[in-house]
Ligand binder design. Structure first.
Ligand code: ZN
Length: 349
C-alpha cells in the first residue's frame, strides 16, 4: 500500500472507491459541507490532480480527527516561496473552509484548462508552493454542525462546556478554547478580548497558556517549519481585512500596506485600521506570523456582517463570498510577486 493510500484509509477513514476521475469543478455552492465531505473532496483533488497535489495529515485534533494539509506545487528547480492558506480556525465559520476548498478546486482546474478562471495559475505555481489547511478546527466544525459521528464519546465533555447560544454558534475547539486566541505571539498574557470567558466555553476562552489547544500547537509548529512568506487565514463576517498591528507594522516597510490596499480596493473589502492594543488583537494566528516569523499574516473576514453571531445560510455563499472574493488569493500572489523584489531585504533573517 502506498503512503498515500495508507493515509487516506487509516486517517481520513475513507474507502478508496468512488474517487472522482475527471478534472472538473466539483464544489457545490449551496451545500453545507460536513467534515467527511471536505475530506472526500481533498482526496478527489489529490487523485485527479496528482501531479500538483500532495495530501497529508498535519496532525490530529483533540478528538483525534485528522487535520488535513494540501501542498500545491509543481516540480521545477526554481526556488519557490511558501504560502499558507488556512480555513475554519473558528468552528461555526463554515464559509471559510468552503471558500478555501472552492478556491483550491478552481486553481487546480485552471492549471490544465483554458476554461479555468485563473489564467495565471501555472505561472503562480512556478513561483510559490501553496500550503492549504482547509479545516484547522475539525472538532469545532463537527460540533457546530451537530455532526456527532466519530466524536460520540466526547459528547458529555462537550456538554459540560459553557455554551453561549445554539451549537451552530460554536466558535472554539472541542475543549472550549478559541484557537485564534491561543497562539504564542508574545501577547497571550495581556489578551482580553471583548468576548472573554475565564473557563472553557463555546467562544471567548483563550486557554490557560499559549498552544494549550493541540490544533494551535500543530499549526504553529508547521508555520515554524515552512515560514510562509504570506499567510491568509480565512474567517467570516465583516468583508474586512485585519492586516496589521502596532507591534509589527513598521517591520514591513509599507509592503503590507500596498499589498492589502490593492486587495481591499479590488474586492470591495474594508481595510481595518492598524490594530492598536495587544489586549484586543493578540494571540491570533496572523499575530503569531507577524510577530514571531516576521512574515505577512492577514485575517480575512468573508461576507457582510448581519448583526448577529449566526452565520449566513449556505445558499448565500455564492453571492456573499465567491462572487466577491474568488480572485482574492490570486491578487495577493500576483501583487506579492510584483512587489517582493523591492522588499526582499526585510525578509533576510
Ligand atoms: Zn473567526
Amino acid at each position: 500500500m502506498s503512503i498515500k493510500q495508507w493515509v487516506f484509509t487509516l486517517f481520513l477513514g475513507l474507502p478508496l472507491f468512488g474517487i472522482a476521475q475527471k478534472k472538473k469543478l466539483v464544489i457545490k455552492d449551496s451545500t453545507r459541507y460536513s467534515l467527511s465531505m471536505i475530506y472526500e473532496s481533498l482526496i478527489d483533488f489529490s487523485y485527479v490532480y496528482e501531479e500538483y497535489v500532495e495530501l497529508s495529515v498535519l496532525g490530529f485534533s483533540e478528538f483525534e480527527q485528522s487535520i488535513p494539509l494540501l501542498k500545491l506545487s509543481n516540480a521545477n528547480a526554481e526556488e519557490k516561496k511558501n504560502i499558507l492558506i488556512v480555513g475554519n480556525l473558528h468552528a461555526r465559520e463554515f464559509f471559510s473552509s468552503k471558500f478555501v476548498l472552492k478556491f483550491c478546486n478552481a486553481f487546480l482546474y485552471s492549471l490544465d484548462s483554458d476554461k479555468g478562471i485563473y489564467p495565471s495559475a501555472r505561472e503562480l505555481l512556478g513561483k510559490y508552493n501553496i500550503y492549504i489547511i482547509p479545516v484547522a478546527n475539525p472538532d469545532g466544525l463537527k460540533i457546530a454542525q451537530e455532526d456527532w459521528k466519530g466524536i460520540e464519546s466526547h459528547k458529555s465533555s462537550i456538554d459540560s462546556i459553557k455554551r453561549i447560544g445554539p451549537f451552530s454558534d460554536w466558535k472554539a475547539n472541542g475543549k472550549g478554547i478559541d484557537l485564534n486566541n491561543n497562539f504564542d505571539d508574545g501577547n497571550f498574557e495581556v489578551k482580553h478580548g471583548h468576548l472573554f470567558e475565564e473557563k472553557p466555553a463555546s467562544q471567548g476562552h483563550k486557554g490557560a497558556f499559549p498552544c494549550q489547544a493541540i490544533e494551535a500547537k500543530i499549526i504553529q509548529d508547521f508555520v515554524d517549519s515552512i515560514v510562509p512568506l504570506l499567510t491568509l487565514s480565512f474567517h467570516t463576517k465583516g468583508d474586512v481585512l485585519f492586516w496589521a498591528d502596532r507591534g509589527t507594522h513598521a517591520q514591513f516597510k509599507g509592503l503590507d500596506t500596498k499589498l492589502n490596499t490593492v486587495v481591499a480596493e479590488t474586492c470591495g473589502f474594508i481595510l481595518a485600521r492598524v490594530s492598536r492594543n495587544p489586549k484586543e488583537y493578540g494571540a491570533g494566528l496572523e499575530n503569531y506570523i507577524r510577530a514571531k516569523t516576521k512574515r505577512i499574516g492577514v485575517c480575512v473576514e468573508l461576507s457582510v456582517p448581519n448583526g448577529t453571531t449566526a452565520q449566513h445560510p449556505p445558499n448565500k455563499f455564492n453571492s456573499l463570498v465567491w462572487q466577491k472574493c474568488k480572485n482574492m488569493p490570486i491578487l495577493y500572489l500576483q501583487e506579492l510577486a510584483r512587489l517582493y523584489p523591492s522588499y526582499s531585504s526585510i525578509f533576510k533573517e
